[in-house]
Each structure stands twice: as structure tokens, then as C-alpha cells.
Design a protein around this ligand. Structure first.
Ligand SMILES: Cc1ncc(COP(=O)(O)O)c(C=O)c1O
Length: 374
């Protein structure tokens, strides 16, 4: 079975975990998390105090939303994203306003978003779908014009660049995910990146149950006993065990994971471009490190192709069921015809650094066979 995605971990990660377990013996949030934050900041190209690690990408988004918005505020977000984006928003009592995507990149359609602005709109959440940050210049100009905060859902986009600048090195608030199958993993984990020091302080406290300035204490192996709490907080801090995995992954990323993902995606693009029943999304493999490999299958053939691939032992996925169709988010009361059409055509093919070029060629051979026979 060729898997859609999987974690790629080695003895190096296992050694790092056993160092924390057996030598350091401190499994909570401490020096290992501090080191991971510093190394992430250096990698991304931002100041050390701008990176705040948490225990998932969803937690990163949740704390980012809580830091800048209030219950009843509205945020513009594409419907075509993982439910995590929507859940992080509604957890704060903020209303996610589902928007259309541009059909060639599946990033937010600003013309559509503009129609959905109200007096309550306070932010926009662009989702870097399949690692593509879209037209961030236009998004930030739109935000400036309408006085909105920008929370980038960069769960897919760790290590990617926009106009030669790494995602996270510029912008308002950027959220990464390090769950098991992302560009790098810490087992589970995520990070908020922001140079807004007020937001950074709020997020740092909120990840530790709202206990003020606990981060500094924990990084010097102390605890706060006398403290104040001024906001709702959560147990969202990262553990030293997970940070140790993330640190190894970050080292492996530039030389192993990034080039491998790009090389595999290039084979897909070259081979699938020749098939008329398939449409590729626009992307720039010189700038992004692809986390997933979605394609559009035209003429109502998606489900048949999917079954054909499964029969040949090739796992596929659908990224994603649009959120506006979910009961909790209106159950389709809002109509987004472009998104709904794309949802019927989307198919994600296997992509992870454990695959070989031969594996990708095999997937493409099966797809070719399907279209020749149909
Ligand atoms: C677009 C998007 N946003 C947010 C998340 C949430 O990240 P995590 O799984 O680390 O909570 C994911 C993870 O799959 C994602 O794909």
C-alpha cells in the first residue's frame, strides 16, 4: 500500500527523545522547548521572542484568534480548509465567515471576501493551501484597507517562501503545525509567530493556563507560585519530549525533507500535465515545499479514479470537505458554488519523503491507465 502521508522519523529522533527521558528527566516545557523556539526563529528569520511553541497547530490558531479578537467578531476564511481553522475560530466565540477560493490555487478569493465584509469583520485568515501562500501582498493590502488583523494559517507552509522571504519572517500573525505528517513534525505541535509583542505575551501566557510570565520561569527551571491570571488560558504548552523531536526534524528539513518533497512533486507535475482529464493547481516549486499533492479530476471521474487507485494499493485523500457544509457551521445554508464544485473534483495523491521517484511514477502509470481505459 502506498500511503497518502506518514511521519518520517529515524534513530536520530529516538535518540533525542531518550536523551530527554533518561538524561534530562524533565518532560514538561523547559530548555528543550526554548531551544526549539530559538532554532525555529533562526530558521524562519525572525527574532527569538517572536516564536511561541504550543502543542498543536489548532492550539496556535486558537490562541492567535483569542489574542486579537472578541466573541461576536467576524473573520473571513476560506471554507476549503481543514476543520481545525474553523474550530480554532469558533472556540473563541468568533464567527468564521466562509469564503470562496480561487479555482487555480485554492487560496482565498478576495473579491468574494469583499462581498462578505460587515461592521463586525475584524480579521482575515488566509490558508496556505497545499503550501501555496497565494497573493499575500494583495491579502495584506486588503487587510490594511479594511482595518483587519491577518492570521495566516500556515499549517501546510512551514519552510516555504513568498517573494524570497520565508513564511513567518514577515506579516502579522503566522501559525504553523508540526503534527505527525507536516513538513516537519514534533509528534504533535505548532507555533505562533508574531513580532507584535503584545500578542506574543498574550499567547505565551495563554498557553500556560493564563499564568502571567510563567514562560520565563519555566525556561529557567522555575515555577510561578505567586501569580496573576488576566485572561482565559489553556494547557497548550509543548513538552520537552516533543520539542526534542522537532529539533531533529528541523535539522533534517533543508537537506532531506524539502528537496525530497520538491523532487517527488515535480514528477507528478511533469507526468500529470499531459493528462487532459486532470487539472493541476498553480504552484511554484521554486518557492514552496509541498505538504500535499492535490489534483482536480474533471468530468465527474474523481470517485471512479479514486476506487481504481485503491484497487492498485494507492491511498488517496480529499483535502477538504468545505466547512460551510458541516452542520455546526450552517450545514450548507451559505452557498459557495465554486468551492462545492472543487470539492467534487479534489483528490490528493501520496506525498511524503518516504516515497521514491519510482513510487510516484507508479501512481502516474495507474492514473494514465485509468484515463486510457475510460
Ligand atoms: C490547514 C490546516 N490548518 C490547521 C491545522 C491544524 O494543525 P494540527 O493538526 O497541528 O492541530 C491543519 C492540520 O492538519 C491544517 O491542515
Amino acid at each position: 500500500m502506498l500511503r497518502l502521508s506518514r511521519s518520517i522519523v529515524s534513530q536520530q529522533e529516538a535518540n533525542a527523545v531518550s536523551r530527554v527521558l533518561l538524561k534530562d528527566g524533565y518532560l514538561g516545557m523547559g530548555n528543550e522547548v526554548q531551544a526549539f523556539e530559538t532554532e525555529l526563529a533562526d530558521f524562519v528569520g525572525t527574532s527569538h521572542e517572536s516564536v511561541i511553541c504550543v502543542n498543536s497547530g489548532t492550539a496556535a490558531l486558537h490562541l492567535a484568534v483569542q489574542a486579537v479578537l472578541n466573541p461576536g467578531d467576524e473573520i473571513l476564511v476560506q471554507s476549503l480548509t481543514y476543520v481545525a481553522s474553523f474550530q480554532a475560530i469558533s472556540a473563541v466565540g468568533v464567527v468564521p465567515i466562509a469564503c470562496e477560493v480561487l479555482p487555480d490555487s485554492l487560496t482565498i478569493d478576495l473579491d468574494d471576501a469583499k462581498q462578505r465584509l460587515t461592521a463586525r469583520t475584524k480579521a482575515i485568515m488566509p490558508v496556505h493551501y497545499a503550501s501555496n501562500p497565494g497573493d499575500l501582498d494583495a491579502i495584506y493590502a486588503f487587510a490594511k484597507e479594511h482595518n483587519l488583523r491577518v492570521i495566516e494559517d500556515a499549517a501546510h507552509a512551514f519552510g516555504c517562501t513568498y517573494q524570497n522571504h520565508k513564511i513567518g519572517s514577515f506579516g502579522d500573525i503566522i501559525c504553523f503545525s508540526f503534527d505527525g505528517i507536516k513538513n516537519i513534525t514534533s509528534g504533535e505541535g505548532g507555533a505562533v509567530v508574531t513580532t507584535d509583542s503584545i500578542v506574543a505575551e498574550k499567547v505565551k501566557d495563554a498557553r500556560l493556563l493564563g499564568v502571567e510570565k510563567d514562560t520565563q520561569k519555566r525556561f529557567s527551571n522555575e515555577r510561578s507560585w505567586e501569580f496573576d491570571v488576566t485572561q482565559q488560558g489553556y494547557r497548550y504548552h509543548l513538552s520537552n519530549v516533543f520539542a526534542a523531536i522537532g529539533r531533529v526534524q528541523l535539522k533534517r528539513f533543508p537537506t532531506e525533507f524539502a528537496p525530497k518533497r520538491i523532487a517527488l512533486a515535480k514528477v507528478y507535475r511533469t507526468r500529470l500535465a499531459k493528462i487532459s482529464g486532470i487539472q493541476l493547481l498553480s504552484t511554484d516549486l521554486g518557492a514552496i515545499i509541498p505538504h500535499i499533492q492535490p489534483i482536480l479530476v474533471l468530468q465527474g471521474q474523481r470517485d471512479r479514479l479514486r476506487q481504481f487507485l485503491v484497487k492498485q494499493g494507492i491511498q488517496t485523500g480529499i483535502h477538504y470537505k468545505p466547512n460551510h457544509l458541516l452542520t455546526y457551521y450552517g450545514g450548507g445554508k451559505t452557498q459557495l458554488p465554486i468551492t462545492e464544485q472543487l470539492y467534487n473534483e479534489l483528490l490528493s495523491l501520496p506525498l511524503h519523503p518516504g516515497l521514491t521517484i519510482d513510487d510516484i511514477n507508479q501512481v502516474c502509470d495507474v492514473i494514465n491507465r485509468f484515463f486510457n481505459e475510460n
